[in-house]
Design a protein around this ligand. Structure first.
Ligand code: NDP
Ligand code: 8X3
Length: 256
């Protein structure tokens, strides 16, 4: 299925997987609606996207945790941007790596508000239009963390287990419409993810990828573009992808 001229809404487009996915859709000639809180980073991605071949780009400052602002943003889109055809629910983060009984409540709130409630708010604002128009595809970013919980990561893992349940539930609830729903579930991808998790501690973040060739954000973007470009009657329910040196969220082979 050609993606040329299709309106793709990507949350968390300012960094990592979201930025790479924006550029991958740009190369297909899509029209990109990019959202994140850091608009200066979005502007850089937007410029690169136009160079790569995006038909048009519209950037929005958006915090997905704010329900009212998510709904208003979608309701007030310029008419030429209103008919979103592909939604990439990518905005997300981890905070902390602590025993559950020692965890920081603020970290928990931020993960659940972003990864679960934010994803729900965006979905609730965008999918009704897809159903009415009779076309659409939602791609949610899950994780290996959503299918196997690892020590000290219970709340992040729970947020991705919730994503998995929401992905499956949405697919059931749009049955009978042409809307498609896919979860893309990566293992370890080298992005700012670990830097954010450790509140800016670069040394600690670097150790996460030690002795491993991690996935790149482009590897994940590739899978997302593949899933949405299948023929209209094909729904890819879920794709789990890991580095070769990762078997699941607990088991790694690290080179010395
Ligand atoms: P990055 O930190 O590189 O990117 C995260 C993106 O999410 C940023 O663009 C950030 O934008 C955005 N974001 C965070 N909070 C909000 C918010 N409240 N409102 C709007 N945007 C927000 O990490 P990744 O690219 O790695 O993460 C992207 C997704 O992939 C996440 O859902 C993550 O859980 C998932 N994932 C990552 C894996 C990995 O190993 N890296 C593996 C599996 C899944 P800004 O700060 O500008 O708002
Ligand atoms: C991100 C991958 O293993 O760091 O979802 O949780 S992991």
């Amino acid at each position: 299925m050609s993606l040329k001229g299709k309106i793709v809404f990507i949350t968390g487009a300012s960094s990592g997987i979201g930025a790479a996915t924006s550029l991958a859709f740009a190369a297909e000639g899509a029209r990109l609606l990019l959202a994140a809180r850091r608009v200066e980073k979005l502007a850089e991605v937007a410029a690169q996207a136009l160079e790569r071949g995006a038909t048009a780009v519209h950037s929005i400052r958006l915090d997905v945790r704010n329900h009212r602002s998510v709904q208003n943003t979608i309701d007030e889109l310029p008419p030429e941007w209103a008919d979103i055809e592909i939604l990439i629910n990518n905005a997300g983060l981890s905070r902390g790596l602590d025993k559950l009984y020692m965890g920081m409540i603020d970290d928990w709130d931020e993960m659940i508000d972003t990864n679960v409630k934010g994803l729900l708010y965006v979905t609730r604002a965008v999918v009704p239009g897809m159903v009415v128009r009779g076309r659409g595809h939602v791609v949610n970013l899950g994780s290996t963390a959503g299918e196997l919980t690892y020590p000290n990561g219970a709340v992040y893992c729970a947020s991705k287990a919730a994503e998995r349940a929401i992905n499956d539930g949405l697919r059931q609830d749009v049955l009978g419409t042409p809307v498609r729903v896919t979860s893309v579930d990566p293992g370890m991808v080298e992005t700012d993810f670990s830097l954010v998790r450790f509140h800016g501690d670069g040394e600690r973040a670097g150790k996460v990828y030690k002795g491993i060739t991690p996935l790149t954000p482009e590897d994940v973007a590739d899978v997302i573009v593949w899933a949405v470009s299948r023929p209209a009657h094909v729904n890819i329910a879920r794709v789990l992808l890991t580095p070769v040196q990762q078997a699941n969220s607990l088991l790694f082979h690290r080179e010395p």
